[in-house]
Design a binder for this molecule. Structure first.
Ligand SMILES: [Zn+2]
Ligand SMILES: [Zn+2]
Length: 345
């Protein structure tokens, strides 16, 4: 089988690997589509994502769907031939976070395509992968694989929304309009926000945010905005930081209304970030975080299968596996792309 191995930052080599046999409890999935995530881009271009640094060549990819080609012993529900979306996170189920339902904080989490552990968890940008049966969520027999793989970013979005106070009647600002930011625009809209405002540096991203339901959008390059939003002790009841940049968080803290909520879902650079943190005190803000997802993955698959949210505007490009380097360059180019998928024929 072919596997897209990140040998060093900026260089993926498609290599020939043995197809592994599924172990007891495992399902062998023929991967058919994989979305490139912001964390994949970060590993590809910088060799690290947040605090996780690449220390050996590894396969990226955690937003995938495919077809079941074999099952190991003790697999009870999943059948050969079924199409499945694959939850990239396998939690242990017994550690102190798992038993509290905080499965995304599992002490023994095995998350596909992550350098959080060493040896790294090999990812899913390859033709075959074995996963635990409980990582598989079935989709209809004719369902589009790339669409099914969008369950991962949608699950991140649903987990984020779960942390927020009620958005009914709220003025919401989304900072950063990548796929997650755009999904949060749609999610906030659906959750009853009075207005959803979005801000980003790239005009094409803002156009997507409008397509996903933003009432108004602003360029982050407009420096007068922060001042305007500040002068009334802030403007927005809820600000979602989805850019993962210190400048984005700085804007979020300035734009939040006194007594409001700022939620961090963007993955910030490693180390310390210079931001106007004193606003948390002076405006009595609540500053929350959201990391990955738990049970929301299955919910996200169901929402996508039922067509409850139109994700097609976000799916902008598809590349064959052997053009993985070109796919990553396109995914990095925010003037052209939103979510880029690798296709595995
Ligand atoms: Zn992702
Ligand atoms: Zn655990």
């Amino acid at each position: 089988m072919l596997a897209a191995v990140l040998r060093e930052p900026g260089r993926i080599v498609v290599e020939n690997w043995e197809i592994p046999e599924p172990q007891p409890g495992q399902v062998q999935v023929r991967v058919r589509a994989g979305g490139i995530c912001g964390s994949d881009l970060s590993y590809y271009f910088k060799g690290k994502s947040g605090d996780f640094a690449m220390k050996e060549p590894f396969v990226l990819g955690h937003e995938i769907a495919g077809e079941v080609t074999a099952i190991g012993d003790d697999v009870t529900e999943v059948k050969v031939g079924q199409r499945v979306a694959v939850n990239p996170g396998l939690n242990c189920g017994t550690c102190r976070f798992c038993v509290r339902g905080m499965t995304n904080h599992c002490l023994h989490m095995r998350f596909l395509g992550s350098a959080s552990v060493f040896p790294h968890m090999q990812g899913a940008f390859r033709e075959y992968i074995n996963v635990a049966e409980r990582q598989c969520v079935a989709v209809p027999g004719d369902f589009d694989f790339a669409m099914a793989s969008m369950a991962e970013p949608l699950a991140v979005t649903l987990h984020t929304l779960r942390h927020l106070p009620s958005l009914i009647g709220a003025k919401v600002l989304v900072v950063g309009c990548g796929p997650i930011g755009c999904l949060l625009v749609a999610g906030a809209r659906r959750a009853g926000a009075q207005t959803v405002t979005a801000i980003d540096l790239a005009e094409p991203a803002l156009a997507k945010a409008r397509e996903m339901g933003a009432d108004e959008t602003f360029s982050a390059a407009d420096t007068s905005l922060a001042e305007t939003w500040m002068q009334r002790r802030g403007t927005f009841d809820v600000v979602i930081e989805a850019s993962g940049s210190p400048a984005g968080l700085d804007t979020a803290l300035r734009a939040a209304l006194a007594g409001g909520t700022v939620l961090q879902v963007g993955n910030m650079p490693a180390g310390q970030s210079p931001v106007a943190i004193n606003f948390i005190m002076s405006k009595e803000l609540r500053y929350l975080g959201s990391f990955r997802f738990g049970a929301e993955y299955a919910t996200a698959v169901e929402e996508i299968v039922r067509g409850k949210m139109d994700l097609r505007p976000l799916m902008t490009h598809r590349f064959p596996l052997h053009d993985a380097n070109a796919a990553f360059s396109m995914a990095q180019d925010r003037s052209q792309s939103m979510k880029v998928h690798l296709d595995f024929d």
